[in-house]
Write a protein that binds this ligand. Structure first.
Ligand code: HEC
Ligand SMILES: [Cu+2]
Length: 338
């Protein structure tokens, strides 16, 4: 596009709306409102760098404006003194940037090392990236879950991460910076939430069609709530549904429609172990699904089970041509998986 065509008042007004979007309060992906020590360390470094840049901006612009007006040419003005090749000045304006860069580099390098260090007594959790959802495993507890990462408040968490397919990137802006999830290689990230709160996560690397719908939640809870959550997650699904109930019918659909090829519901199907889809054993306890892109309610589930790709283009969950009745029964069944 020709630049003159772009420079119209209409376009400036449109562009200014982009700035207004930055003013939303309580934005869940706001990296400027840290909620834990790691994010705070980054925040402090950001503000230090920001204020150094602000001071430099005004000094440089001030010098520029001063020169423009003070040395403005006029017919009766003699040529100002030329300073090209002045050794003292050349050395001075080499040293000043070195000091500026060093004053940013020292705290930056220190922060990088602080963030990378493995905290003592951290809870270890594995994060596995899939197109387009995050899987979480708790090796110490034998738990596998998806989409919602549950952590105890005020406790250091050590994430060990990799990808199952393409490059992904794990990002919980209020708790720490981003880190890549790489196929065949482990990366690490620390989290630590001050309080019991729900945070948002987002895949930070373009990873295919539904990348924007590859989100997540981090649910931080009190120590006692977390312990109760662990005990519940370790249980298999309740397998005592009464024959003839809608939930029982849903379980039959689950077992016969091919869902078990990809999903695991603990205790419901003999074949255990690795599957390529979210573990559904405690699906009913999660408030979001499909990469946290959708709220867990029957309206969304109806659409999802009828045609997953309509909600999430490219998803590896196929349309299984379920009838309305089957979908209704499945949703009832999924609701019992607490
Ligand atoms: C070919 C493999 C495959 C089959 C078969 C399959 N699914 Fe899925 N399912 C997936 C994948 C992959 C996802 C994650 C999609 C995403 O978030 O992008 C998923 C997601 C889901 C979710 C959301 C889970 C969550 O926590 O995000 C539900 C519920 C679900 N499937 C139910 C079913 C049911 C019920 C059936 C059988 C009627 C079924 N699926 C059959 C692959 C499969
Ligand atoms: Cu991704």
């Amino acid at each position: 596009m020709h630049i003159k065509k772009f420079l119209k008042p209409k376009n400036f007004i449109l562009c200014s709306f982009l700035f207004i979007t930055a003013c939303i309060e309580d934005a869940p992906l706001d990296s400027l409102s840290p909620a834990g020590p790691y994010a705070r360390t980054i925040d402090e470094l950001f503000w230090l760098t920001f204020w150094i840049a602000v001071v430099i901006f005004f000094i440089v612009q001030g010098a520029l404006l001063f020169s423009v007006f003070y040395f403005k040419d006029s017919p009766d003005k003699p040529e100002p003194k030329q300073i090209h090749g002045n050794n003292f000045l050349e050395i001075l304006w080499t040293i000043i940037p070195v000091i500026i860069l060093a004053s940013i580099a020292v705290p930056t390098v220190r922060t990088i090392f602080d963030l990378a260090r493995e905290p003592e007594d951290a809870l270890k959790i594995e994060v596995i990236g899939h197109q387009w959802w995050f899987e979480y495993k708790y090796p110490d507890y034998g738990i596998t879950t998806a989409n919602v990462l549950v952590i105890p408040e005020d406790t250091p968490i050590r994430l060990e991460m990799w990808s199952n397919d393409v490059l992904h990137n794990y990002w919980v802006p209020k708790l720490n910076g981003k880190r890549y999830l790489v196929p065949g290689q482990k990366t690490y990230l620390n989290l630590h939430a001050d309080n019991a709160e729900e945070f948002w996560a987002q895949c930070g690397e373009y990873c295919g069609l539904s990348h924007s719908k590859m989100r997540g939640r981090v649910l931080s809870m009190s120590e006692s709530d977390f312990d109760a959550w662990v005990i519940n997650e370790q249980k298999n699904a309740d397998n005592t549904l009464s024959e003839g109930s809608l939930a029982y019918e849903g379980q039959q659909v689950y077992l016969n429609a091919g869902c078990t090829q990809c999903h695991v519901i603990g205790g419901v199907w003999d074949v255990q172990g690795e599957r390529i889809a979210p573990n559904l054993t405690h699906f009913g306890n999660r408030n979001v699904f499909a990469g946290a892109a959708l709220k867990n309610n029957s309206e969304n589930l109806t659409k999802w089970l009828a045609n997953p790709a309509e909600l999430k283009p490219g998803t590896f969950m196929p349309n299984l041509e379920l009838t309305e009745r089957e979908i209704e029964a499945l949703i009832e069944y999924l609701g019992t998986l607490k």
